[in-house]
Structure formats: structure tokens, C-alpha cells
Design a protein around this ligand. Structure first.
Ligand SMILES: N[C@@H](CCC(=O)N[C@@H](CS)C(=O)NCC(=O)O)C(=O)O
Length: 199
């Protein structure tokens, strides 16, 4: 399987993290976004949205980190990361949606502005973040993991931009349950870091 990947992308890191934790071999295809490689015709034919990550597995071409996590989790013999039961799947998808909405609009956007100079509203990103972090912290006060009381693809989807929040000027350390969860993810066997996220 090929992963069209950017090292500094938290969305790509979601996929690299699950693959490392579950020992799925991926062929890394590094993309040069600075040179606009994601806007070329050949890449646009893989993903018309012109974004990484993209996963290619034979005839299957997938965009969107959440969708890729579902696909990879479903390929595993160990179905604990993405189970077959629909109630269990729905519990996970609730958190995939948070990753794709509030986390993207909050800490992810704050990082895009501060680290990469994107022209978005920091005020709006911080507003979303201030509402989000206490909600996550409250959940983690009574749960070690986001869904199903065990590590699942929900944790892989949420981890990158929460662990990278400091790069957007967002301090998560006052949220102790959230901070302890970040440490629990870091301690998982097979964990891989990325620039900005230590072991
Ligand atoms: N919903 C997509 C979002 C992917 C995304 O935003 N990718 C960024 C890198 S993290 C990208 O390729 N941006 C292209 C650009 O900024 O032009 C996902 O979850 O994978």
C-alpha cells in the first residue's frame, strides 16, 4: 500500500501512527506541497481535493485521513482498532467527526496560522479550541481512551493535532486528563513520533 505523505502533516501522521501501532507496512511516497506537487494533474486524478494523505491499495484509492483509518483498521485481523459491530463503530465515528470538525477548526487551524502562515482567523480558531479542550478533558476524566475503553482509530484521529497544539500557541497542560491521555498514546508499543511530537 502506498501512502502519499507529508512529514509535517498531522492528517498524514494519523495514518502513519495507526500503521506503526498495528504493524501495517506502508510505502511512503513523500509529497512536496511547497512546490505544489499536490496540484499537479497526476495527483489531482488521485485526489480532486488536492490534499494529502492519499492511500492507494491496488485499485482502491482513498483520500481523507479518517476514511483511511477506517480502511486500514478494517484490514486488520485484530478488529479491536475498528470493530465490526455497528454500535461500536458509531461510538468511534462520533470521535472521527470531532477530529474532522472541531479539532480541524480549532488547534489544527491555530497551527496552520502560527507555523505555516495561513490566512485564517486566529480568534475563531481559539474560540473553537476553548470550547473543545474542556469537553475532551471532561470525557477523559472518566475514560482512558476516547471510545470502547481501549485504543481505537478514534485515538489515532484525535492525537496528532492535540499533541501538536503547542505549535499553534495552544497550551493543553492545564487539562490534566487530556495530557495524561497524550502520554498514554505515546507509551503505546510501536508508537512513532513526528516533528513537534516527541516519544
Ligand atoms: N479532510 C482531510 C484534510 C486533509 C488536509 O487538509 N491535508 C492538508 C495537509 S495536512 C493538505 O494537503 N493541504 C493542501 C494545501 O494546503 O493546499 C483529511 O482528513 O485527510
Amino acid at each position: 500500500m502506498k501512502l502519499y505523505n507529508l512529514e509535517l502533516s498531522g492528517n498524514c501522521y494519523k495514518v502513519r501512527l495507526l500503521a506503526a501501532l498495528t504493524r501495517i507496512p506502508l510505502e511512503n511516497v513523500p509529497m512536496n506541497l511547497a512546490d505544489g506537487e499536490h496540484r499537479t494533474a497526476w495527483f489531482t486524478s488521485l485526489n480532486p481535493f488536492q490534499e494529502v494523505p492519499v492511500l492507494v491499495d491496488g485499485e482502491t484509492v482513498l483520500r481523507d485521513s479518517q476514511a483511511i483509518l477506517v480502511y486500514l483498521g478494517g484490514q486488520l485481523t485484530d478488529r479491536t482498532w475498528w470493530p465490526e459491530d455497528s454500535a461500536a463503530q458509531a461510538e468511534i465515528v462520533q470521535w472521527l467527526s470531532v477530529a474532522a470538525s472541531e479539532v480541524r477548526d480549532g488547534p489544527n487551524t491555530a497551527r496552520l496560522i502560527r507555523k505555516f502562515g495561513y490566512d485564517h482567523s486566529m480568534e475563531q480558531a481559539l474560540l473553537v479550541t476553548r470550547r473543545l479542550l474542556p469537553l475532551l478533558d471532561q470525557h477523559l476524566t472518566t475514560h482512558d481512551w476516547f471510545a470502547l475503553n481501549r485504543p481505537t482509530i478514534a485515538d489515532c484521529a484525535l492525537f496528532p493535532y492535540l499533541a501538536l497544539a503547542h505549535e499553534g500557541g495552544v497550551d493543553v497542560t492545564p487539562f490534566s486528563a487530556l495530557t495524561h491521555w497524550i502520554d498514554r498514546v505515546r507509551a503505546l508499543p510501536g508508537f512513532v513520533p513526528m516533528p513537534g511530537v516527541d516519544r
